[in-house]
Design a protein. Structure first.
Length: 284
């Protein structure tokens, strides 16, 4: 049996699902779907999430979440917890709404972003609830094709740019791409039930997870909360920018985005610098 995925880092991409307790419905009327979307908007704003695709089914939901600040569990605790409380108050019910913990799969963005965006909006068709994604109101499809305005947290433009620079052409190509995916599956490539990527991707992130778990098990609790230096101090006391970045990140006091903002580089560059440093240390 696979271990639960607890790997969180800046720029991680997850396919997240959460099902109703006993596979029962989690939305009882149309306004419940709207309530969830409103709450998702709040969570995305607060935790700096980017949603690439979503679909709310009657008894579960699918989200494709990118976390620039590496904080999936905190945001999910807020999303599912507050939604359960809101639904219990609204419908005069008690108890659990969701069946245990949400399920998250770490995704290789370069290889599976488009495939998952297609898979997610096709869920109602595969469930034989509708004949086309346009008939299901509660997915990112409508924002993608321009029949609904897109919220700031939904990466509509970023996704359309994969198809064409001209919006009308990109939307047409996106629609065709989705239509071609009706009978396709991507889960044959799922590894250990928690990774969607090739062997190199899995090995890299398994090692990352083991290192994180090992670090925590070896460091006494009181020593984990040492106050970090300021980013300026890390810069002044390092011989190179990259050394300062690595020291700041290893202090656990800053996210990759915060470090990137200070050094005026994208958080993905920070991630690469840290990864190279780990690789060099492992080779010694």
């Amino acid at each position: 049996m696979s271990r639960p995925l607890r790997l969180e880092f800046s720029g991680a991409l997850y396919h997240v699902t959460s099902r109703g307790n006993g596979r029962k419905e989690i939305y009882f009327e149309e306004s419940d779907f709207e309530l969830f979307i409103d709450l998702l908007s709040t969570v995305c704003t607060h935790y700096n999430w980017v949603i690439h695709a979503y679909c709310l089914m009657n008894n579960h939901y699918h989200l494709l979440i990118e976390t620039p600040d590496g904080n999936l569990s905190k945001g999910m605790r807020q999303l599912n917890g507050v939604f359960t409380q809101s639904m219990n108050r609204k419908h005069h019910r008690v108890g659990h709404l969701f069946q245990g913990r949400y399920k998250s799969i770490l995704v290789d963005k370069n290889a599976y972003l488009l495939e998952l965006c297609r898979y997610i909006v096709l869920n109602p068709i595969r469930a034989k609830m509708v004949n086309s994604p346009a008939e299901w109101l509660w997915s990112s499809w409508h924002c993608m094709v321009g029949t609904q305005s897109s919220p700031d947290w939904l990466a509509t433009d970023a996704l359309l740019k994969y198809f064409d620079k001209k919006r009308t052409v990109a939307i047409s190509d996106y629609i065709h791409f989705v239509e071609e995916g009706i009978n396709k599956t991507i889960w044959d490539d799922l590894q250990h039930q928690i990774f969607l990527g090739d062997d190199e991707f899995v090995e890299k992130h398994q090692l990352m997870q083991e290192q994180l778990e090992g670090d925590l098990s070896e460091i006494p609790f009181k020593q984990r909360s040492v106050t970090p230096l300021s980013l300026k101090d890390y810069e002044l006391h390092s011989t190179t920018r990259n050394e300062a970045i690595v020291k700041a990140y290893q202090s656990s006091g800053y996210t990759m985005k915060e470090i990137g903002n200070y050094f005026k580089i994208h958080y993905s560059v920070v991630s690469r610098i840290i990864a190279v440093n780990k690789k060099e240390n492992n080779a010694k």
